[in-house]
Design a protein around this ligand. Structure first.
Ligand code: PHE
Ligand code: NA
Length: 502
């Protein structure tokens, strides 16, 4: 579960969001969103997943059908199952089809760092040359996806768990080494610019900025919590479905959150921003540098982002000389590790779906999924703008699925059942004041990212390739879920009587 949650979001997206949203101003709503939205939804998804697993389901359609059936007649519950299954299927296809390409870029850049390929070049040009060299793009994508297919094909405990148990400790070691280096780095290029400025930027609460940009910062913070904890995708449920009916979910949910937050706030927060600050004179244009520190930092903030990782940070590595080759390779390998263990969860969702609903063996299914990702990854590479458009939709859809999490797994399943399930076999007692947080505060807080993501979706124009991909995946997801529920629960759907659980 930690491998699932810890991803590119921790090391790239988090520093980006912090930097763009006034540094210290961001951290307050961030922790609010963590406690009042992140933790509740995490528990809901763990509970739902283990519940589905009891009945042999690892996908959302049948699982949410069963939960909704606690208060609805089977034929009405069917529709809730279909909606949840549809959203989860299309998300695991659409999001991963570009996430896999981002991971492929990291593999490539790890190689380019160690070989010094971009040293002495314009890193912006180097990056766009890389992206238009399709052979290279598919080479590194291919290496990544084939390794994924092998890991998933070996099974959940013999494959996924074994791979993740090696990768995650390595990830922590790499990150800790890098953070250690940053702590002793000081002011490598200019006595006026040190890594400490970066830490100050993140850790001094900036109330006036927060006051002036409240909605914007809250939106960024709730969105980040969502993304970083892998919520609203169906993949936390999928992993939890492999638990036994009495395995703890309460403390394990908290453990997942804690491991992710350590990797995000402590490790992710101590690499990119302090590094970019210390090397500001090398990457910030002189006219902006002249305006002073806070201007330069906010410029860094707005330049930060995915592109930043591949264009500006390489300049930092170049300035480090030979040490930069190793540091750069470590950084991109870290991203690759982080991304790999998140992608594996989405990959497994689809493999489990083929296994469960079409009786396709895991070892075969994994290659079919690879084929699907190959096809769905083509527009990512060949159609410019496609990735951002799908991303705008996907971000909204994540919040939509989380809304259905709450509606189905708490309200339709009935809050008392939910609370009982949460404590079944639990290694901790959740304080009872958390119940109203889950029931009322979390759904209200969820409206912030929902409205925000919807607004930015409306603001972005979806062109036909993106529209077709989204619609086709939603339709396939709906039809698939419909038939899988129908097939498994034909009898009770026929009778259509409320089922009373004893
Ligand atoms: N949680 C992952 C990260 O931080 C991203 C992710 C989101 C992965 C949704 C899977 C599903 O990068
Ligand atoms: Na994360």
């Amino acid at each position: 579960m930690a491998g699932n949650a810890i991803g590119l979001g921790n090391f790239v997206r988090f520093p980006t969001q912090v930097a763009q949203n006034g540094g210290g101003a961001f951290m307050v709503p961030y922790f609010v969103a963590l406690f009042f939205l992140g933790i509740p939804v995490m528990w809901i998804e763990w509970v739902a997943g283990r519940y589905g697993g009891k009945y042999g389901h690892g996908t959302l359609g049948p699982t949410y059908y069963l939960m909704a059936r606690e208060s609805l007649k089977p034929r009405s519950a069917l529709w809730f199952g279909v909606i949840a299954g549809m959203l989860a299927f299309s998300l695991t296809v659409l999001l991963n089809s570009y996430y896999l390409h981002l991971i492929g870029w990291s593999a490539a850049y790890s190689w380019f760092s160690i070989t010094g390929a971009y040293f002495g070049q314009n890193t912006g040009e180097f990056f766009s040359n890389y992206l238009s060299n399709y052979g290279q793009v598919f080479l590194f994508w291919g290496i990544t996806v084939i390794l994924l297919a092998i890991a998933v094909g070996q099974g959940v405990s013999k494959g996924i768990e074994r791979w993740v148990k090696v990768i995650m400790p390595l990830l922590y070691v790499f990150a800790i080494l890098m953070v250690g280096y940053i702590f002793v780095l000081g002011s490598p290029v200019d006595p006026n610019w040190s890594t400490i400025d970066g830490f100050k930027f993140i850790w001094s609460p900036n109330w006036s900025y927060l006051g002036d940009h409240l909605w914007e910062v809250m939106l960024a913070a709730t969105g980040q919590i969502f993304f970083t904890l892998s919520l609203g995708m169906g993949i936390i449920q999928n992993y939890a479905s492999y638990l036994g009916p009495k395995d703890d979910v309460a403390l394990s949910g908290i453990a997942t959150v804690s491991l992710n937050e350590f990797a995000e706030v402590v490790l992710g927060g101590s690499i990119a921003i302090p590094l970019a600050t210390a090397y500001a004179p090398k990457i910030v244009p002189p006219e902006i540098l002249a305006k002073g520190k806070s201007e330069a930092l906010s410029w860094i903030g707005h330049e930060f982002g995915l592109g930043f990782s591949y264009t500006s940070l390489p300049n930092v590595f170049v300035s480090m000389g030979d040490a930069g080759r190793i540091f750069g390779a470590l950084w991109f390998l870290l991203l690759w590790f982080a991304g790999f263990t998140s992608a594996i969860a989405m990959y497994n969702y689809l493999t489990a779906l083929l296994e469960e609903d079409l009786n396709i063996k895991r070892s075969t299914g994994t290659w079919l999924v690879l084929l699907l990702y190959l096809v769905m990854g083509l527009p990512v590479v060949y159609i410019s703008g496609y990735m951002d458009q799908v991303d705008a939709w996907v971000n909204f859809q994540l919040t939509l699925l989380a809304l259905f999490d709450i509606i189905i797994a708490v309200y339709l399943f009935k809050p008392d059942n939910f609370w009982k399930e949460l404590h079944e076999g639990a290694w901790m007692t959740v304080p009872s004041w958390y119940k109203p947080i889950i029931l009322y505060i979390a759904p209200i807080l969820l409206l912030v990212p929902m409205i925000g993501m919807f607004k930015s979706l409306v603001g972005s124009t979806l062109e036909w390739p993106a529209r077709i991909a989204i619609i086709v995946m939603l339709v396939i997801g709906a039809v698939e879920s419909y038939y899988s529920i129908k097939k498994k629960y034909a009898k009770e759907l026929e009778k259509n009587e409320v089922i009373i659980r004893v």
